[in-house]
Design a binder for this molecule. Structure first.
Ligand code: ATP
Ligand code: MG
Length: 360
């Protein structure tokens, strides 16, 4: 217990033998003990209470000279002191809570920075590894092609099917690695846009030529519905081509003995928000469809139906997540509607003109 301030004979509390007795009485009162020490006659000891707990005392001597008005005034002042003490305590509590929050925010910020650095390092590693893997893989594919030609020329026809398998497997692996490379570039924010003006018809023809053999291999029929008045668009042609190929190859992969309809239009049926500044690509299939509770998850990387589907349908589960991120970067959008067992419709809407300023 500390004496904060005193007047009269308590100006120097060290010189006063009475002081220890007063302190003892105050301590007993705080601890709720019955005090055996007696204070001098005509003294008043008023507790300063916060939340009913005495924090301190005001000790007055020669109280017989105080009038009632003086006593009332003293009580008001004591009340004010207690309330000031209370506020001070609240201030200290608040200050320490603020310090704790600041510390926690600093720790969270550090964790965020570390996670970001780790994620960037992972993306850079993936980008480098994918690049290193692609070079020798391209050599394997190229040389197996040459050996295949030589085998035909030299009459070793029986090894041609095996060489074809090497090529198919190599191309498949190259596709997966390219997807991982794209994904890691997107995550590392290293993806660049290369807009150019091109004819929509040419792009559609190119995509259809590539996809037709895959469609036919699953005994499907491809129906292309194209509006002839569509001319050109200014966009990243390569990325748009990859998006359409991903969606069409999915439609072919998950449909057997069915129909795939590929619609290219500046106007889309059953849509409320049609804009003339956009072009719409719609891929409708009559395949296995997707359960409604899975529709959102299919755009997450490495997501496929389930293990049995993964075994049945090859792929890494990257095509849609890359297509969606490409779409976002290109200021477009991709959406899906599907009925399990009946088929799916994927719609890509893309601005006809990408303005360089709007690119990331
Ligand atoms: N047209 C579709 N019909 C039915 N299911 C589909 C269709 N398109 C996508 N899916 C479901 O969404 C999942 C994710 O598709 P995504 O294209 O990302 O991966 P993938 O085709 O399995 O592999 P990858 O594209 O990497 O070769 C698929 O595995 C499949 O379960
Ligand atoms: Mg796919």
């Amino acid at each position: 217990m500390v004496i904060q301030a005193g007047t009269g004979r308590f100006v120097d509390s060290t010189q006063n033998p009475e002081i220890d007795k007063i302190k003892k009485v105050c301590s007993d009162l705080i601890l709720g003990k019955d005090t055996k020490d007696e204070l001098l006659a005509n003294t008043i000891l008023i507790p300063l209470k916060t939340d009913n707990n005495p924090l301190g005392f005001i000790y007055l001597e020669d109280a017989q000279y105080l009038t009632n008005a003086d006593r009332n005034l003293i009580h008001v002042m004591v009340y004010q002191c207690a309330s000031a003490l209370n506020n001070l305590q609240l201030y200290f509590d608040l200050k320490s809570a603020h310090q704790e929050v600041s510390q926690m925010l600093e720790i969270a910020e550090q964790a965020r920075r570390m996670a970001e650095a780790a994620s960037r390092a992972k993306s850079i590693f993936l980008a480098k590894m994918s690049h290193e893997l692609r070079t020798p893989l391209n050599a394997i594919i190229g040389y197996s092609d040459l050996v295949q030609e030589d085998a035909v020329d030299l009459g070793y026809k029986d090894i041609v099917p095996d060489l074809e398998k090497i090529q198919t497997a190599g191309k498949h692996l190259l596709g997966i690695i390219s997807n991982i490379l794209d994904l890691s570039k997107i995550e590392a924010d290293k993806l660049e846009m290369h807009p150019s003006e091109f004819t929509i018809n040419d792009l559609v023809q190119e995509v259809v030529t590539i996809i037709q053999p895959i469609v036919e291999s699953k005994h499907n029929h491809l129906d292309v519905k194209y509006q002839s008045e569509l001319n050109s668009m200014c966009h990243d042609r390569h990325k748009l081509k990859l998006i359409l190929l991903n969606l069409l190859s999915n439609a072919a992969k998950f449909t057997h003995h069915g129909t795939i309809i590929f619609i290219i239009s500046d106007n889309i049926e059953n849509s409320e928000n049609v804009s003339s500044d956009y072009l719409y690509f719609q891929i409708i299939d009559t395949g296995i469809g997707i359960a409604s509770e899975r529709l959102k998850a299919i755009f997450d990387p490495f997501t496929q139906e389930d293990d049995s589907t993964t075994r049945k349908f090859e792929g890494a589960g990257l095509g849609l997540s890359i297509s969606q991120r490409f779409c976002q970067l290109m200021k477009g959008n991709i959406s899906v509607s599907s009925t399990l067992g009946k088929g799916s419709t994927f719609t890509v809407e893309m601005p006809i003109k990408i303005i360089e300023k709007s690119l990331p």
